[in-house]
Design a protein around this ligand. Sequence first.
Ligand code: UDP
Ligand code: MG
Length: 318
Amino acid sequence: MDRISVIVPCYNEQEAIPIFYEEIRKTAEELKQKAELQILFVNDGSKDRSLDEMKKLAAQDTRVKYVSFSRNFGKEAAMYAGLSYAEGDYVALMDVDLQDPPSLLPEMYRIITEEPYDCVATRRVNRKGEPPIRSFFARRFYAMMHRLSKTEIVDGARDYRLMTRQFVDELLRLGEYNRFSKGLFGWVGFETKWLEYENVERSAGETKWSFWKLLIYSIDGIVGFSTAPLAIAAFLGVFFCLVAFLALCFIIIRTLLFGDPVSGWPSMTCIIIFIGGIQLFCIGILGEYLAKTYMETKHRPIFICKETNLTKSGKETA
Ligand code: UDP
Ligand code: MG
């Protein structure tokens, strides 16, 4: 019988965990004939009673496992930890807030076992219930990624997916510190089947993503999967040299024809400020790549596990 590990990252989710468990139990019941589940909660340094909830469930049900971090390392680190601890032949990633409906899992399992796919992933067809500005910027981000990066990053893709052991092992080889899973999934390749579903609202608790967090995450995505911004910086440099050359020709000719009345200092100031801004912007782009490189060279672990009820140990770095 196949074993499916379901990885569930949790950060301050004390209300959502019991609700999630009830749902996943029903799914496990449905799959009983074909596969058994391992439910692997990753406690990402929650400050509430999430870990107690996990321990309570683990005491009742031996299928429930948990890995608890020493502090909050972020969802990306939690997913990596889950993947590295998971023991199943197939591995699923799922949010605890039921925005990734567990009821889709049997269908995903059927597809991955019967059809020639290595991964069954999900995407939302709409962003119902999300603030409109957030949707707008999300759409712009995906459109930009599509142009800037060769790696396929699908609009509306959730992290909710079921993967084969081979797919997971390959993912684990990508041990980078700055993780952007939506890109990593695409980078490893293999055959992925996309299932679509309508956006579901959170079962309990609140979203952990503020607009700023999302903005920083999107910059991580761009820097992690494209070096195009560096080329844009170089292009801007060449472009402004050309403009300056044309302006110089214009001024020389004008002076020869009409003499040289002293004027134009306000426009001069504007130009200096403008060029200064562009320069800082380009240095900023460089700095962003340098900072990422700096963090990578430290080879710090992606997460630190404080306690777990698993016997298998995970890999903190690849
Ligand atoms: N999460 C996490 N660490 C964090 C933030 C979030 O493990 O630092 C988990 C969270 O508990 C949830 C999942 O990631 O299971 C998705 O978070 P959320 O629902 O807040 O994001 P949204 O669905 O709004 O994108
Ligand atoms: Mg959510």
